[in-house]
Design a protein around this ligand. Structure first.
Ligand code: UT7
Length: 326
């Protein structure tokens, strides 16, 4: 049976110029140490947006790189979904500003907000539009300037996050309806709003009229992340009828090395099959998975035909996974 699939034809990324190590944070007055941050999180450095660098500018740069990798002109794109928690403005959607910056004057563009799970949500959304025939080529972006939500006096959160953007180009193609097809094979999304207090921002346009700062109960988030991610990874493998051994790559959300390693162990994957960028990028929220995909596809690790599993969990709580045949 012929089915329509959303096939990844290009991926790109962008990072702010300023690279800030753990030692730099100590020098800037954060009450922490390189040893603590590395031991608890695996983070060694992060990129932080400077003047003139915004979610839209990073998203636009990543999108241009993804289109170049796909060998496509911008006007081939008829849908843009941008996952972000840190839009340039409350409105319009950052996706429409990326659309304008790329010179695209047709189709439609909108943002999705699922914090660290945002890219998985955006990918699932675009996949559904493509499979229904309501768009043909989609730009799916995860872009964040999370540093602008940080309280630099709160060492339990400010050392964890970084800024950046990644984008993939998806094109609708026909497949045979099996797990051998190229394209997005499964998407599973979940949320449970009862956990709002574990990870949130203490501000917003309708409550305080301010942007607010990130607040997190780290241990509670950690515990839920390991359990929920285990479930949603099993869900993906079952739905596609594939065994963990069939996976070529696990590309997880990059929040904490310990969570990533736990997921790799659960799947029985050797560490070299788990893409890990948290050491150099820290947690870039919705941008972390497409940044990692861009790196691993760019250096030739992920190749056409490979089976890639992505998963993420974030504020809400939200969580999700997707299996993609590259
Ligand atoms: O992307 C969204 C999903 N987010 C996540 O998945 C994050 C999940 N959570 C985590 O990654 C971890 O819980 C953290 C990395 C946030 C924290 O690690 P932890 O091992 O759970 O540490 P903790 O919160 O239990 O804190 C241990 C100690 C505390 O000191 P006491 O009370 O034991 O004396 C903290 O005050 O570490 C202290 N501490 C720090 N010390 C130096 C907390 N932050 C820092 C810091 N530098 N930056």
């Amino acid at each position: 049976m012929t089915v329509r699939r959303s096939v990844v034809v290009g991926v790109g990324a962008a990072l702010p110029r300023d690279r800030v190590t753990n030692e730099d944070l100590v020098r800037r007055g954060v009450d922490t140490s390189d040893e603590w941050i590395r031991q608890r999180t695996g983070i060694g450095a992060r990129h932080l947006a400077g003047p003139g660098e915004t979610t839209v500018s990073l998203a636009t740069e990543a999108s241009r790189a993804a289109l170049a990798a796909a060998g496509l002109a911008a006007d081939a794109v008829d849908m843009i979904v941008l996952a972000t928690t840190t839009p340039d403005e409350t409105f319009p959607a950052s996706a429409t500003q990326v659309q304008a910056a790329l010179g695209i004057h047709h189709g439609f563009a909108f943002d999705v907000q699922a914090v660290c799970s945002g890219f998985v949500y955006a990918l699932a959304t675009a996949d559904n539009f493509l499979r229904l025939g309501q768009a043909r080529t989609a730009l799916v972006i995860g872009a964040e300037t999370f540093s602008r939500l940080l309280d630099w006096n709160d060492r339990t959160t400010c050392v964890l996050f970084g800024d950046g953007a990644g984008a993939v180009v998806l094109t609708a193609r026909d497949g045979a309806g099996t797990a051998a097809d190229r394209g997005v094979l499964t998407t599973h999304l979940h949320s449970d709003g009862r956990h709002r207090d574990a990870l949130y921002v203490d501000g917003g346009p309708s409550s305080t009229g301010t942007v607010g700062h990130v607040r997190m109960k780290g241990q509670e988030v950690f515990r839920h992340a390991v359990n929920r991610l285990s479930e949603v990874v099993d869900e993906a493998l079952k739905a596609a009828h594939v065994a963990p051994e069939a996976l070529d790559w696990l590309v997880p959300h990059q929040a904490n090395r310990r969570i990533i390693e736990a997921m790799g162990r659960k799947l029985g994957l050797p560490p070299e099959k788990v893409v890990m960028t948290v050491e150099r990028h820290a947690n870039t929220s919705a941008a972390s998975i497409p940044l990692a995909l861009a790196e691993a596809a760019g250096d030739g690790r992920i190749r056409p035909g490979h089976l890639v599993l992505i998963e993420a969990m974030g504020g809400g709580f939200t969580w999700g996974s997707s299996l993609i045949r590259w």
